[in-house]
Design a protein around this ligand. Structure first.
Ligand SMILES: Cc1cc2nc3c(=O)[nH]c(=O)nc-3n(C[C@H](O)[C@H](O)[C@H](O)COP(=O)(O)O)c2cc1C
Length: 333
């Protein structure tokens, strides 16, 4: 049915074991059993966002997801989680087929531990040199994610990353492109550049199967691309990983919080470690407040620039079919 798109996706399809090489990137609080199983049941690849979950909670979530789908799905683990190796052990227990390591360079032993139980490892890399090193050292596939994406972001646009990474790596390696993909025509373009598949978050976050609060979804449906802004770093001494989210009181307060912490730093009342911790703690819970409690004023409504293309609540299968149909039409001879 999607012969041309599938032909270009073949390596990604073989790697993921799916019908389409379309991943729904892990989204903390959003990517739980319901959305993940819906994505996989629709022929894509769902990924559980482990976030700050304990090993027991992850165990429960994987079990529950397995009950809802017999199709392949993955687990996204944050590399700085203090119990990373215990979380990998939970994945091993469940024979999770793919583990995505996000949030930094995988610590020693983590890639090996996943491969030891037969899991495939997907990594992110901000530079070509690091990507090459990770792939040489055992990572099985790479996700390149541009600054158009929702959530924590790097500084470079997807279109530029694609031009740098795909010609250099895509012949030999499985590379998925993420960030700012809202329609199938864009999927077709990255596939033609050599990508094995794509990863989307924003387009799927408010699907009918997503448990996100109705007010969170409403905020998405109303928003335009220009509402999804990256947080700004107000003080060069305070390194803050930018987060792309819909503009609201929460994003303004985040700027004010940075000014406040920078003043404490100046006055010698906190050291750099404590200052950075205070900044990161500000985000902790903010996404949950928006996604689960529906506090779209003070919470963090993480969203990518493709949010303007999210206008109504649709089932995952309809979103997937739309994307694949657009890609196929674009690739028509
Ligand atoms: C609400 C939200 C939460 C996210 N949380 C995470 C996360 O916990 N871990 C992660 O690796 N990526 C996270 N992301 C990034 C997505 O996995 C995905 O790579 C990104 O959304 C793709 O770009 P797009 O939003 O332009 O489609 C999040 C994105 C959104 C929109």
């Amino acid at each position: 049915m999607y012969a041309r798109t599938h032909a270009l996706m073949q390596r990604g399809i073989d790697f993921l074991g799916t019908e389409h090489a379309v991943l729904c990137g892990a989204m903390s609080w959003v990517s739980e059993r319901n959305l993940v199983s819906a994505i996989s049941n629709a022929g894509g690849f769902g990924v559980i966002a482990c976030g700050a979950m304990t090993p027991d909670l992850l165990d429960t979530e994987i079990t529950a997801t397995k009950a809802l789908t017999g199709k392949p799905f993955g687990v996204n683990l944050i590399t700085m989680h203090p119990m990373l190796l215990d979380l990998i052990a939970v994945c091993a227990k469940h024979q999770v087929s793919h583990v995505v390591l996000a949030g930094g360079i995988p610590p020693k032993g983590s890639v090996e531990a996943i491969k030891a139980f037969g899991g495939k490892v997907l990594v992110f890399a901000p530079t070509l040199a690091l990507a090459t090193r990770l792939l040489r050292n055992g990572a099985d596939a790479l996700v390149i994610e541009g600054s158009e994406a929702g959530g924590h972001i790097g500084p470079v646009a997807t279109s530029v990353l694609a031009q740098e990474f795909l010609p250099a790596l895509a012949e030999e390696h499985v590379v998925f492109v993420a960030g700012g993909i809202g329609r199938g025509e864009m999927i077709a373009a990255y596939l033609e550049m050599g990508a094995s598949g794509v990863q989307l978050g924003t387009r799927f976050a408010c699907a009918a199967e997503s448990i996100a609060h109705p007010d969170f979804k409403k905020a998405f449906f109303r928003a335009n691309a220009r509402d999804a802004v990256a947080s700004v770093q107000v003080d060069p001494r305070l390194p803050v990983i930018p987060v792309r989210a819909l503009k609201n009181k929460g994003t303004e307060e985040f700027t004010a919080k940075q000014v406040e912490v920078a003043k404490l730093l100046d006055a010698g009342k906190v050291d750099m470690g404590e200052a950075q911790l205070q900044i990161e703690q500000f985000w902790a819970g903010a996404l949950r407040r928006a996604v689960i409690d529906g506090d779209v004023e003070n919470g963090s409504i993480m969203a990518g620039q493709s949010v303007g293309m999210v206008t109504e609540e649709e089932p995952v299968a309809a979103i997937m079919a739309g994307l694949m149909t657009e890609s196929e039409a674009k690739l028509a001879p």
